[in-house]
Design a protein around this ligand. Structure first.
Ligand SMILES: Cc1cc2nc3c(=O)[nH]c(=O)nc-3n(C[C@H](O)[C@H](O)[C@H](O)COP(=O)(O)OP(=O)(O)OC[C@H]3O[C@@H](n4cnc5c(N)ncnc54)[C@H](O)[C@@H]3O)c2cc1C
Length: 596
């Protein structure tokens, strides 16, 4: 079997390295660099949702799981389930950019997206990454054709965020099989799935993943009465002496955490993509409504207050979209640079572990941007936003859970600086020497920046200052609290907010600079979006850094740090009203997210 060729991996930015290194616009993957093949699959996914899912959404919301099965099979027939699965198992063997594009498009029906995601991301992916050849041969074809519906059972009533605290037991039997006893909670596709990835503790201790067929004796509890996602099944799963053959251990006994955490890295990234897709769809709805709804004798889109909303929805979505494509590009480059057999999932596994920080950022910023956009979408719709005749209220309810599942946003916020600090302590990321060098720089005389007339020069300089601020906050926190930093959650939350803004701002600036250099259509709007994002990020970062520093040190040290912060964040405010107006006007004129 042919091994994929390995380009040089040393030039590919490692996870978190963006904090310490500048990147050039041409090194970053952006939506504008999608190939015709990517665009074709995007159109396929979009047409599927428009023509086959959205027209039957009401029926799906009545919990018609036969319909849900049919839709999963239809999506599978179009190849959407096996986008990044090797051809040997019936997949299309395409890159992660493709799976990002598909996730974005499926987001327009959040309920169906959840069912599809539980199958594609939470069942197919763990099997791909950790299954034995025999397990893949046995289960992947059915999952990829949609004949078999999958679900992922990690959470329990007493252990959600603390997933390793699961109480479901797997008791080893004399013949090597296991007897499962316990109950899982809130399981997507729980009411009708056929195959489950279940986490249980072998002999009450060794956290382990299993492939469990419903026919082994799994029972579903009642459907939960949820705030949203009414077209997605969510139930408990009950295990009473469910016998699972020894061959159905997924990965190794006692190594279930590896399955759980690696799957989550991948799923968080795709959830971010769904959120970005959902935000783009809502922007189109808001723009169309604002363009036609008249008050005081004119379309409400003429009012500055509405232009501000539309402009800001676009700016935030632009930044999230930029960081998602940048991350997908990095994952694809790293997979391509790792010698591996096409059927071997270990390269993808390693790549997603490498970019776990970026996946958490995509999840948190994606879900919070989506919530912001959907809230403003309701506001643009006024009273019509609050009633069921328009989809705005459904989107709003459906989206709220994105901040809760796949690791709550608090848990992901803790992970973002937490993972960087761990890598720094292990010596994998030279964060500590960089923080020391920054201290020396800040104690020295100020240096005047070189005059630079290039596009977005001020914004690039601002991003460098943001990075130094993040380094200052994180470096000082590590120095002050040492290993006890994990107890300082408030500081870590502020650090996470700064880091997310750094990655998003830089990704937006690099994308806009690339659009300018390549003289793309609407390059000016790219620049507007990046400039507004950086302008506002400066204020957010300044506020977070002040709070984090004051929670870390006091007295003269705090005063010195605040003086250093003032030196770093010297961003002159720009007229964002004019830029948001331009973005809003273009959005209304197109009736769509302007960068779609
Ligand atoms: C619609 C829906 C579908 C779902 N689908 C699935 C599925 O398919 N499979 C599955 O396994 N699970 C699923 N879940 C469960 C979901 O993953 C959990 O609800 C989630 O992980 C949070 O766990 P919890 O509800 O127990 O909240 P808790 O862990 O009790 O958290 C409550 C609050 O405390 C915070 N918190 C908890 N621990 C900490 C900490 N150490 N530090 C700071 N703050 C903390 C949380 O951030 C949160 O704000 C689903 C949930 C829903 C609502």
């Amino acid at each position: 079997m042919a091994t994929t060729t390995a380009p040089d991996s040393t030039s590919i930015l490692r996870g978190g390295e963006w904090l310490l290194q500048a990147a050039s616009p041409d090194s970053v993957f952006t939506p504008e660099r999608l190939t015709e093949e990517h665009r074709l699959i995007a159109r396929t996914a979009q047409a599927f949702v428009d023509n086959e899912v959205l027209p039957v959404l009401d029926q799906l919301e009545q919990k018609d799981w036969t319909l849900a099965r049919t839709l999963v099979r239809r999506g599978a027939a179009l190849g959407l389930l096996g986008v990044d699965v090797p051809e040997a198992y019936g997949g299309l063997a395409l890159d992660k950019v493709t799976s990002l594009v598909v996730s974005e498009k499926l987001a327009r029906s959040a309920s169906f997206g959840a069912a599809f995601g539980a199958q594609a991301n939470l069942t197919v992916v763990p099997l791909m990454l950790f299954g034995t050849e025999a397990q893949k041969q046995k289960y992947l074809p059915g999952l990829l054709s949609g004949e078999v519906i999958g679900a992922y059972g990690l959470s329990e009533s007493g252990s959600g965020s603390d997933a390793l605290g699961a109480r479901t037991k797997a008791t080893r039997q004399g013949d090597g099989s296991f007897l499962l006893n316990g109950e899982k909670m809130w399981i997507t596709n729980g009411g009708f799935a056929d195959l489950f990835v279940i986490f249980a503790k072998v002999d009450g201790e060794q956290f382990t993943a299993f492939l469990v067929e419903r026919s082994f004796g799994v029972k579903s509890g009642k459907e939960e009465h949820k705030m949203g996602l009414h077209g997605s099944s969510t139930t408990p799963l009950i295990f009473q002496d469910v016998k699972v053959p020894a061959d159905n251990v997924l990965g190794e006994v006692g190594k279930g955490h590896k399955v759980a955490f690696n799957v989550l890295n991948f799923a968080r990234f795709k959830l971010g993509a769904m959120c970005s897709g959902g935000a783009q769809g809502a922007i189109a709805e808001a723009a169309k409504y604002a363009g036609t709804r008249r008050q005081f004798g004119q379309p409400i889109a003429n009012f500055g207050a509405i232009k501000h909303k539309l402009g800001e929805m676009v700016v935030r979505t632009y930044a999230v979209e930029s960081l998602l494509y940048r991350t997908a590009g990095l994952v694809d480059e790293r997979v391509a640079a790792t010698p591996h057999e096409p059927t071997d999932g270990s390269a993808a596994l390693a790549a997603f572990e490498e970019y776990a920080v970026e996946a958490s950022i995509a999840k948190v910023l994606g879900s919070e941007t989506l919530n912001y956009v959907l809230d403003e979408n309701i506001q643009v719709h006024g009273g019509n936003g609050y009633v069921k005749d328009y989809p705005a209220e459904r989107h709003y309810r459906d989206a709220r859970v994105n901040r809760i599942f796949e690791g709550t946003n608090e848990i992901n916020r803790l992970l973002i600086p937490g993972m960087l600090v761990r890598r720094a302590v292990k010596g994998d990321l030279p964060l500590i020497p960089a923080a020391k060098a920054l201290q020396d720089e800040l104690l020295g005389p100020p240096t005047l920046p070189e005059p630079d007339g290039s596009v977005l020069a001020d914004e690039r300089r601002a991003v460098e200052a943001f990075k130094k601020t993040a380094l200052m906050v994180l470096g000082l926190a590590m120095q002050t609290f040492g290993p006890k930093l994990t107890d300082e959650q408030e500081v870590l939350m502020h650090a996470a907010d700064i880091l997310m803004d750094v990655f998003a701002a830089e990704s937006a600036v690099l994308r806009a600079a690339a659009a300018h250099t390549r003289q793309l259509p609407r390059a000016e709007l790219h620049i507007d979006a990046a400039r507004v994002f950086v302008n506002d990020a400066a204020m957010r970062i300044d506020a977070s850094a002040r709070q984090a520093l004051a929670a870390t040190v006091d007295g003269d040290t705090l005063r010195a740090m605040l003086a250093a912060l003032r030196r770093l964040i010297k961003v002159t405010p720009i007229n964002t009203a004019a830029l948001r107006r331009r973005l809003a006007d273009e959005t209304v004129a197109r009736g769509a997210y302007p960068f779609a």
